[in-house]
Design a protein around this ligand. Structure first.
Ligand SMILES: C[S@@+](CC[C@H](N)C(=O)[O-])C[C@H]1O[C@@H](n2cnc3c(N)ncnc32)[C@H](O)[C@@H]1O
Length: 223
């Protein structure tokens, strides 16, 4: 396991090259920890058989939710796919995992990846951003829009857009007890960089050494 961190000034960031589920199973979440993440698509997870990926996805989402401390929340950012003609609703898969873990739904936002009204022949033109928790205490004191018209800048094709990262991190800072954000599938670290910009510490995990390196370096200006 390769582990690197930048900690010259708070809030700190640590990036670990590891398998996410094993890492979660080996580490206990402290109070004040929340997760923001995008679980990988079928094309990113071997074995590539669709039904195996689907079962893996639900189990991975369940592990993420189960790992949370009592005061933590999990925010999933997932884009649906079309697979051999079938529409695969990842929002449903996340909600199914939440229900199986007895977790509650705090909110569900739609994030447009293309302007509404456009025809998207490939991937659907929106993503789900879904917040679940073991216990939802109250509605947000300052609720934001349910539909975000633009995901914002993406550092690579599978990145979580900057606007979506900002909305998720602002919610954690302003509406929860979160001090540490963990992204177990951190990619190039958009969430880690945004969490730091909001004054929150961050831990990222990813299988790819190249993306771990990028995740340590990514900087997003304070909002
Ligand atoms: C959808 S991308 C995440 C993108 C990220 N949110 C960003 O903004 O860059 C999923 C990431 O999961 C990683 N990954 C796939 N399987 C993994 C596993 N079992 N454990 C840890 N990381 C994994 C991939 O390398 C990829 O970077």
């Amino acid at each position: 396991m390769d582990q690197r961190s930048v900690s010259v000034f708070p809030p700190w960031r640590r990036v670990v090259q590891a398998e996410a589920i094993s890492w979660l199973n080996a580490h206990r979440a402290e109070p004040g920890t929340s997760i923001i993440t995008s679980l990988p698509d079928v094309s990113e997870v071997p074995p590539h058989r669709f039904d195996e990926w689907r079962a893996w996805f639900i189990n991975a989402a369940r592990t993420v939710i189960r790992w949370l401390p009592g005061d933590g929340v999990a925010i999933f950012y997932q884009s649906d796919i079309r697979f051999e003609g079938r529409w695969v609703d990842k929002g449903y898969l996340v909600m199914r995992a939440a229900e199986e873990e007895g977790a509650e739904l705090g909110w569900h936002k739609i994030v447009c990846r293309r302007p509404p009204g456009n025809i998207a022949p490939g991937r659907p033109s929106y993503s789900h951003m879904i917040c679940v928790a073991p216990k939802i205490g109250a509605a947000p004191s300052r609720p934001g829009p349910d539909v975000l018209p633009d995901a914002g800048h993406m550092s690579w094709s599978r990145a979580m857009g900057e606007v979506a990262c900002r909305v998720a991190c602002r919610f954690l800072r302003d509406e929860t007890a979160t001090r540490l954000v963990v992204d177990p599938f951190c990619g190039e670290g958009s969430i880690l960089a945004m969490a730091n910009a909001f004054g929150l510490a961050a831990i990222g995990i990813d299988l790819s050494g190249k993306r771990c390196k990028a995740a340590l370096q990514q900087v997003i200006q304070a909002p």
